[in-house]
Design a protein around this ligand. Structure first.
Ligand SMILES: Cc1cc2nc3c(=O)[nH]c(=O)nc-3n(C[C@H](O)[C@H](O)[C@H](O)COP(=O)(O)OP(=O)(O)OC[C@H]3O[C@@H](n4cnc5c(N)ncnc54)[C@H](O)[C@@H]3O)c2cc1C
Length: 427
C-alpha cells in the first residue's frame, strides 16, 4: 500500500487507533466503486498528513464485528479519532477530498493545518479529451474515445453513473430481455470505460472551468488541460420554490423514489407532478405505500399511455387534478402536511401525509460554466448534429443539451456522436 497507510485487523484496532493521539480509519470493501474513488485521495492525503495523523485501513467484510460495534454499515466509511475518542464527522459514500481535509484539519493545531495546506503543490495533467460528467452520455463518450486511443479523463463531481445509478429498474435499454437494476447498468458502463483505459476523477470538486483554453481545476490543486472537452453534466430536479421545500428536503420531501421509497412501507405519500417520471415513480412507490395522492396542476396526466393505464388501475393511487402545492409543513417524524390550492376555485386545503415526493421536471447542470455558451429557451446547451457547441473544441452530450427526448439511449447516442467526431478531428 503506497502513502503512509497501515492496513490492520480488528484485533489491532485498540493499539493502532485508540492508542494513538490522532488517527483516521477507512473501512473499505472490495468491488466497491466509491472505495476505489476514495483510495487515491486517502493515499495522497496520508502523504501530506501522515507525520501528524495515523492513517489506517480496515477491510470491512473481514472485520464485520468491529464494523458493527462502531456502527459502520457501508463502505467506504471514514472515522476520525483523537486520544482514543471518535472525533469529527463520519463520512461515507462519494467522499470529497475537501471533506476529508476538514476532518483531518480538526485533529491538528490550526498553524500546522495551514502549513500542510501551503505545502500542496499544484499539478498539471495533460490529456486529449476531458469529459465532464459520468452519466450514460459521458461514460459512452469515454468508451469510444479510449477505444480510439485518445487519452481521456472523466471528471464527475459525484460518483459516476448519473441518474441511471439511482433508477430502480430500466426496462427500455436495448440488449436486456428482463428489466435491469439501474445501478448495475451504470456500474457496467463505468467498468467498461475503466477497462478501456478512461482515467477517472470521481467525487471531486470542480472549481474553475475555462472552456476556451480547455482547462479544468480539480480539487483545488490539479489542472487538467485537454485538447477537447465534452460537457455531459446532465440535469437535476426543478425545485417548486414553495415554502418548506428547502427546509424539509431529505426530511420528508424527496426527489428519488428508488432512494427513499423503502422508508414508506405501509405509509401514506403525496406525489407532486403528472408527467412520465412522476407516474413511473408513483408506480414504484405503490409497492411500499398504503396510499398515494398525486397532485397535478392540469386536468389530465402528461405521462405516456402505457404508464397511465397502469396507474389508473392501481387502487392505492388517488388524484387531485388542477391543484398546486403552496406550502409544505412538518409536524414530526414522518408526519408532513401539503397545503394545496384548487386552481379552479382558489380554495386551499391541507393534506396530512407521511412523506412527499416531487417530480416536476429538470434543469441543466451548467452553473459552473462562465464562458458564453449558446443556450435554448429552457437553458439547455445548443449543439449541432455532431454535438459541437458554439465554443470550438467543446461538445455537449446527454440531458444537458437541447433535445426532444431525454433517455439513456439518447444520452449514449449523443456521447457516441461527440466521441466519434472528436476522434476524427484528433487523428
Ligand atoms: C427517476 C428517473 C428515472 C428514469 N428512468 C429512465 C428509464 O427507465 N429509461 C431511460 O432510458 N431513461 C430514464 N431516465 C432518464 C435518464 O436517466 C437520463 O436521460 C440519463 O441519465 C441522462 O444521462 P446523462 O449522462 O446526460 O446525465 P446524468 O445521468 O444526469 O449524469 C450526469 C453526471 O454529471 C455529473 N455532474 C453534474 N455536474 C457536474 C460538474 N459540474 N462537473 C462534473 N460532473 C458533473 C453528475 O454527478 C452525473 O454523474 C430516468 C430519469 C430519472 C430522473
Amino acid at each position: 500500500m503506497a502513502g503512509k497507510i497501515k492496513e490492520i485487523q480488528a484485533s489491532e484496532f485498540k493499539k493502532e487507533v485508540l492508542g494513538k493521539k490522532r488517527a483516521v480509519v477507512d473501512f473499505y470493501s472490495t468491488e466497491c466503486p466509491p472505495c476505489e474513488a476514495l483510495a487515491s485521495k486517502y493515499e495522497s492525503l496520508s502523504t501530506l498528513y501522515g507525520d501528524d495523523i495515523t492513517f489506517v485501513k480496515i477491510f470491512r467484510q473481514g472485520n464485520r464485528d468491529l464494523a458493527a460495534e462502531l456502527d459502520v454499515s457501508s463502505s467506504p466509511t471514514l472515522l476520525f479519532y483523537q486520544d482514543g475518542r471518535l472525533s469529527g464527522p463520519k463520512l461515507s459514500g462519494g467522499i470529497k477530498r475537501s471533506e476529508i481535509m476538514k476532518g483531518l484539519d480538526a485533529l491538528i493545531p490550526e498553524d500546522r493545518a495551514a502549513e500542510i495546506h501551503g505545502s500542496i503543490k499544484p499539478v498539471v495533467t495533460n490529456c486529449d479529451v476531458a469529459v465532464l460528467g459520468g452519466g450514460p452520455a459521458g461514460l459512452t463518450a469515454g468508451i469510444y474515445l479510449a477505444q480510439a486511443h485518445l487519452n481521456t479523463i472523466l471528471i464527475d463531481t459525484a460518483l459516476p453513473g448519473g441518474y441511471v445509478a439511482t433508477t430502480h429498474q430500466v426496462s427500455n435499454y436495448p440488449g436486456f430481455i428482463e428489466p435491469q437494476p439501474g445501478f448495475m447498468l451504470s456500474h457496467f458502463m463505468g467498468e467498461q470505460a475503466k477497462a478501456n483505459g478512461v482515467e477517472f476523477r470521481s467525487a471531486v470538486e470542480v472549481s474553475k472551468i475555462d472552456l476556451k483554453n480547455k482547462s479544468i481545476l480539480v480539487d483545488g490543486f490539479e489542472t487538467i488541460e485537454a485538447k477537447k472537452i465534452v460537457i455531459a453534466t446532465g440535469s437535476r430536479p426543478r425545485p417548486l420554490n414553495v415554502p418548506g421545500e428547502k427546509e424539509y428536503q431529505g426530511q420528508g420531501i424527496s426527489y428519488c423514489a428508488t432512494c427513499d421509497g423503502k422508508y414508506y412501507d405501509d405509509k401514506e405519500i403525496v406525489v407532486i407532478g403528472g408527467g412520465n417520471s412522476s407516474i413511473e415513480e408513483s408506480l414504484f412507490l405503490s409497492k411500499f405505500a398504503s396510499k398515494i395522492t398525486i397532485v397535478h396542476q392540469f386536468d389530465t396526466l402528461q405521462a405516456n399511455k402505457e404508464a397511465q393505464k397502469k396507474i389508473f388501475a392501481d387502487k392505492k393511487i388517488k388524484f387531485m387534478f388542477e391543484h398546486e402545492p403552496r406550502e409544505f409543513k412538518k409536524y414530526g417524524n414522518m408526519d408532513m402536511g401539503v397545503v394545496v390550492e384548487n386552481l379552479k376555485t382558489g380554495e386551499t386545503t391541507e393534506i396530512r401525509t407521511n412523506g412527499i415526493f416531487v417530480f416536476v421536471g429538470f434543469i441543466p447542470n451548467l452553473e459552473m460554466f462562465n464562458d458564453e455558451m449558446e443556450l435554448d429557451q429552457w437553458g439547455y446547451l445548443k449543439t449541432g448534429e455532431n454535438m459541437q457547441t458554439n465554443i470550438p473544441g467543446v461538445f455537449a452530450a446527454g440531458d444537458v443539451r437541447t433535445k426532444a427526448f431525454r433517455q439513456i439511449t439518447t444520452a449514449v447516442a449523443d456521447g457516441t456522436i461527440a466521441a466519434i467526431t472528436i476522434s476524427k478531428e484528433l487523428t
